[in-house]
Design a protein around this ligand. Structure first.
Ligand SMILES: Nc1ncnc2c1ncn2[C@@H]1O[C@H](COP(=O)(O)OP(=O)(O)OP(=O)(O)O)[C@@H](O)[C@H]1O
Ligand SMILES: [Mg+2]
Length: 497
């Protein structure tokens, strides 16, 4: 094997944060090299350095024979590096082929016309075994397909190293499978893959080696086949965390706090269920099964055409989120970028934003009180930040998610709807969120937990409600949790009557 990419003594400083501290790492040709570490460990900063999106304060990057003290995006791309960032860089209003060919000179040969672009794009898509129409507008594609277009975009430039930053964080399980297959195909072609993910299963499935980072430091590189889940977690978190899913001491009570009857939305959602006091009701289903729509209808984000909602036995007509909050319902939304956080504002502004009424006397906001609450959540959720005033956009992806979680918790709602609450969150912080959920139900609060991670649902829920195409196909009690059974319900196979 030969080294294709090498980093020596890379340091990157931000005000109050050492994002990368003297990091040295090397990558071999044709390997799948995973990079793991807690939220804020410096993973994205590392790959932004390689992609030329940011410049390090010191250190050297060597690609093949060429060494650089910093790169630019075009320099990086000319040297055979392709990067798929945590946030996509596609232009939604352009077609697939326009996106794939955008900014690609093909060795100074510009594209003559649309026809040529389509031909070149089709060629690359075929090589990758993808069935996507080059003329399709990108905004009409699913997240998984957009991800594939990103890959095609790098492959048309003949990249030698393809870097993916949490590529599966928002993919369905079928899309994830496709992506993992694609990684293998590219590896067969001799492409080196740098793969960042918080999902241990997939890292074990596809990687040859794993490098671990913690607090801006490089910790260690291990051979995937010689390590274990437990060792990795320990290397990432720096300590043994014990049980991934902490045991809960309390049981749900009889009292029904939320009842949904025959909820219909714009599609054919037909959903009825009861949520009990102190219960964690899991919601399983494939991506697109209608779980997020249900959450948004209950919370008043989406209009419902039909159906009734009862909160503690009282019928509520919730049309806007403010009415949901007033009824004690909180929502942790799935999409933190669009719905969750105000990126251009500080953490101290984001967390108390929905509880301002409680912290004010109608005229003035009690700053001392809100500051206390902000500090409490920064501590409880271990939000990695130099200060409470830090802008949310400057936080790492996982820490942004924690701010969104904190914002909803701060409303002191006693019915919490959590839509993929641990997406993009590292193992250690996941456990903190699980502990928090246990504390919440111990205080008599109730949680509706939507998750695409079956293990997480089976680890945390008292009951699981399964969705298929906007309908509930079954409820499963904790003592009957069994992955195959739940998967069958999620694929539309109903309980035998
Ligand atoms: N533009 C910026 N300004 C200030 N600080 C930043 C900026 N970008 C990143 N940081 C900080 O650098 C550190 C490393 O962030 P980075 O995004 O690399 O983490 P990560 O390992 O990718 O985490 P995650 O798993 O949450 O995506 C974090 O403490 C983050 O807050
Ligand atoms: Mg990141």
């Amino acid at each position: 094997m030969s080294t294709i990419l090498k980093l020596d003594n890379i340091t990157k400083l931000y005000p109050g944060v050492t994002a990368l501290d003297d990091v040295s790492l090397s990558f071999e040709q044709g390997e799948v090299h995973a990079i793991m570490g807690e939220n804020g460990a410096g993973k994205s900063t590392l790959i932004k350095t390689i992609g030329g999106a940011i410049q390090p304060n010191s250190g050297t990057i060597t690609i093949g024979e060429n060494s650089f003290d910093h790169l630019t995006p075009s320099l990086s791309s000319e040297n055979g590096i392709g990067v798929i960032y945590q946030e996509f860089n596609l232009v939604p209003s352009l077609s697939v082929s326009e996106n794939v060919c955008l900014g690609n000179k093909l060795g100074h040969k510009f594209y003559k016309d649309r026809k040529q672009m389509n031909t070149e794009t089709r060629k690359v898509l075929e090589e990758l075994g993808l069935d996507i129409d080059p003329d399709m507008m990108v905004s009409l594609l699913s997240t998984g397909q957009q991800q594939m277009v990103e890959i095609a975009k790098s492959m048309i430039k003949n990249c030698k190293v393809l870097i993916m930053d949490e590529p599966t964080a928002s993919l369905s399980s079928a899309e994830t499978e496709n992506l993992l297959k694609m990684v293998n195909t590219l590896k067969q072609k001799g492409v080196t893959i740098l793969y960042i993910s918080h999902r241990l299963e997939e890292v074990f499935e596809i990687s040859d080696r794993i490098s671990i980072m913690r607090d801006g430091h490089y910790i260690k590189t291990v051979n995937t086949k010689d390590t274990s889940r437990r060792e990795l977690i320990k290397l990432m978190v720096g300590r043994d965390i014990g049980d991934e899913y902490p045991k809960r001491q309390t049981k749900p009570e009889k009292e029904v706090v939320l009842e949904v009857k025959g909820l219909y939305g714009q599609g054919d959602e037909n959903v009825s269920f009861q949520l009990h006091k102190g219960e964690v009701l899991g919601v399983a289903g494939l991506v697109g099964a209608g779980r997020t729509e249900m959450a948004k209808m209950i919370y008043g984000y989406l209009k419902k055409d039909k159906g009734e909602i009862y909160v503690r036995g009282e019928k509520k007509d919730i049309r806007i989120p403010a009415e949901a909050i007033a009824s004690g319902i909180g929502l942790i939304p799935e999409d933190r970028k669009r719905e969750g956080a105000f990126l251009e504002y500080g953490i101290d502004w984001n967390i108390p934003i929905m509880m301002i009424k409680k912290a004010s006397n109608g005229l003035f906001v009690n700053r001392k009180k809100t500051a206390e609450i902000v500090d409490k959540y920064i501590k409880e959720l271990s939000i990695a930040t130099p200060s409470a005033q830090q802008l949310v956009r400057n936080l790492s992806g996982g820490n942004q998610q924690k701010v969104v979680v904190a914002k909803t918790l701060a409303t002191e709602a006693d019915i919490l709807i959590m839509d993929e609450p641990t997406r993009g969150i590292d193992v250690g912080a996941k456990q903190e969120i699980y502990n928090l959920i246990n504390d919440l139900v111990a205080q008599g609060k109730s949680v509706l937990m939507i998750s695409s991670e079956m293990e997480e649902l089976m680890g945390m829920a008292d009951r699981i409600m399964v969705f298929y195409e906007g309908e509930v196909t079954g409820f499963v009690d904790r003592q009957h949790f069994e992955q195959n059974h739940i998967m069958a319900l999620a694929s539309g196979i109903r309980e035998a009557a």
